[in-house]
Design a protein around this ligand. Structure first.
Ligand code: B12
Length: 291
């Protein structure tokens, strides 16, 4: 199945995938047969790739009625964003929360599709640059208001650092991934957009972060990504993950110097970082050595 760009990593049974997606076993089987879920065959048994299940969980799947409602809500949110109506936008978010949506669903099932559609309308000249900027500024503020929903009490599982590379101005994807990691109990240092390689290095050392995530959304940043990865490798022993909308697949990610391919969705990133946490003791730290 999906032999060309076969993903790798942890797998689960069809039954487990179905229960994770909240669908019937036969529905999960149909997803596999039609290529909507990446899977491999172990003898007569299908094994579904966990990262693919996580990636599809919120954004595209779920009972049809829910998916339908989410799509409508996402369009309503987009209209409020384009109108520059922050209270109205927040109201859409609040009523989704009141009807039981999780914070992750708000981010990845509601806000992300609205932003995607915003980008398409901008590209088609259906919204002006000013309206697009205003809408994305409000979207960023909504993400900030959702922040407390991702706060976790207690001991943190490790320090991670995330930012967009120099010249990359898309900060919202960084914020969304950061919140997923916070929600999973990591301590996250978020550097936002347009971060120089030297700043990634110094912040990584300062925080003693075990993992650094480089986010790239738009085209044309590959050289900067490679340079940032090189600088981090030269001066820290942190794992480096490269991802974002500009990183389409595993080959591309590894070619940019990423330690792993994480999948394209923020939830899959969490699974990957959790995996790295387990391998961490085998790596030797070269810092901090200063008194
Ligand atoms: C808002 C926005 C902006 C804002 C950003 C404001 C801000 N504070 O972030 C502004 C106005 C600055 C902007 C500028 C530009 N933009 Co813009 N922008 C967008 C828009 C509408 C939304 C971006 C967003 O937040 N998406 C929501 C997130 C959730 O989606 P995501 O990126 O896929 O993120 C997910 C994953 O990728 C993953 N992920 C993200 N980071 C990481 C990191 C790691 C390590 C991992 C593993 C995973 C991961 O997790 C996220 C959640 O699941 C998109 C449309 C779109 N489709 O996204 C266009 C879009 C990205 N922009 C685009 C363009 C062209 C530009 C400009 C070049 C326009 C211009 N000519 O000036 C500039 C580039 C400026 C620069 N130097 O970077 C294009 C890119 C097309 C392309 N790939 O070729 C898009 C797709 C619009 C379009 N449809 O054409 N933009």
């Amino acid at each position: 199945m999906k032999s060309s760009a076969q993903p790798s990593g942890e797998t689960m049974t069809l039954q487990e995938a179905a229960s994770r997606l909240g669908v019937h076993y036969m529905t999960a089987y149909r997803y596999v047969r039609t290529g909507r879920l990446a899977a491999t065959q172990d003898g007569r048994q299908w094994r579904v790739f966990a990262a693919d299940v996580e990636g599809r969980l919120v954004v595209t799947e779920g009972p049809p009625s829910h998916a339908h409602r989410r799509a409508g809500t996402s369009t309503r949110l987009l209209e409020r964003l384009i109108a520059g109506d922050e209270p109205g936008s927040w109201q859409v978010v609040e009523s989704a929360l009141a009807s039981g949506a999780t914070a992750t669903e708000i981010h990845l099932g509601l806000l992300a599709p609205a932003l995607d559609e915003l980008g398409q309308r901008w590209r088609a000249n259906k919204v002006s640059i000013a309206d697009e900027h205003r809408a994305s500024a409000i979207a960023h503020r909504l993400v900030a208001r959702m922040g407390p929903h991702f706060a976790r009490r207690g001991r943190k599982r490790g320090d991670v650092l995330i930012g967009a590379v120099a010249g990359e101005h898309h900060a919202i994807p960084v914020a969304l991934v950061a919140d997923q990691l916070r929600g999973a109990g990591f301590s996250v240092i978020e550097l936002g957009a347009d971060t120089p390689a030297s700043s990634f290095v110094s912040a990584t050392k300062l925080a003693a972060a075990f993992c650094v995530l480089l986010s790239v959304t738009g085209p044309g940043h590959d050289d900067t990504v490679r340079e940032t990865v090189r600088a981090l490798r030269a001066e820290t022993d942190a794992f480096v993950l490269v991802g974002g909308a500009a990183v389409p697949d595993e080959t591309y990610a590894l070619g940019l110097g990423s330690d792993r391919w994480t999948g394209r969705d923020a939830r899959a990133v969490v699974t990957t970082v959790e995996g790295l946490l387990e391998t961490r003791p085998t790596r030797t730290r070269i810092w901090p050595e200063e008194p």
